[in-house]
Ligand binder design. Sequence first.
Ligand code: UTP
Length: 296
Amino acid sequence: MTFPPIRTAVFPVAGLGTRFLPATKASPKEMLVVVDKPLIQYAVEEACTAGIEKFIFVTSHGKAAIEDHFDANPSLEEMLARRGKTAELAIVRSAQLAPGQAVFIRQQVPLGLGHAVWCARHMVGNQPFALLLADDLILAQKPCLSQMMEAYHQLGGNVAAVMDVPPEQVDRYGILDVLKDDGVHVQAKDVIEKPVLGKAPSHTAIVGRYILQPEIFQILGQQQTGTGGEIQLTDAFPALIKDMPFHGVRFTGKRFDCGLKEGWLEANLAFASTRPDLKEHLLSVIEKYYEVRAQQ
Ligand code: UTP
């Protein structure tokens, strides 16, 4: 069986980022830098690699930096060209999306992730789409969304990236109630948003990458607020699962929750350690801090 290709991705970037204040007071959380690149650029590059051609950003007041980041910057480009800084010029241009590829729509009030996704309904239309949360940064040899595309072309339906989490952390995630599990593909019979500790149906948790069928929009449109007084995306999954398959893909790679300071710090170390120009410096700095700790 063949399933329609996924060419559209939604990037909800309208959240307040309160767990990362004061950094997010006047600049978007999705523009936080890991090593030398903003989180949202990692997500867009992951989507490009997976074959995405239309990029829908759900933004809000105060997020103009995201729009600027994917636009041309004629004065900077002209100055770099004039000074012969060709490598830097290529870096600047590589962050630019092609004319007509990017769409920016507004979520006027931050009513939750589910509401942000629903705001994209007219732009997505009646087709399956990818959904990427930029603050979930994934370091992987094969990008996580590409791994999910492979699963989607085998299985169809809805696909989410999943990972197994320690039992004491299940209350931070949407957790799968598992029907079938072959080690990589996990079919869900239900999904529970942030279950109470000791009551979770499994330890298999969803992270911020999805391939969703357009039926999700109708469910989200009827949805009431859930955990935290927000319209939760996960709360729409049980209704979706009643009508069509929902699989988790246990991706190969490491995920960092860059919406948290601890996760963002670790992501910087992990990504810098993959960089030939930074690795040695990073290791020598870490050794120095170890010595300081040993002396305390
Ligand atoms: P989070 O759950 O991390 O919420 O959103 P947040 O508001 O960004 O951050 P905190 O909890 O206050 O620290 C996950 C993703 O969903 C988007 C965010 O921008 C982020 O990419 N989001 C969240 C929206 O677009 N709109 C919302 O109303 C909520």
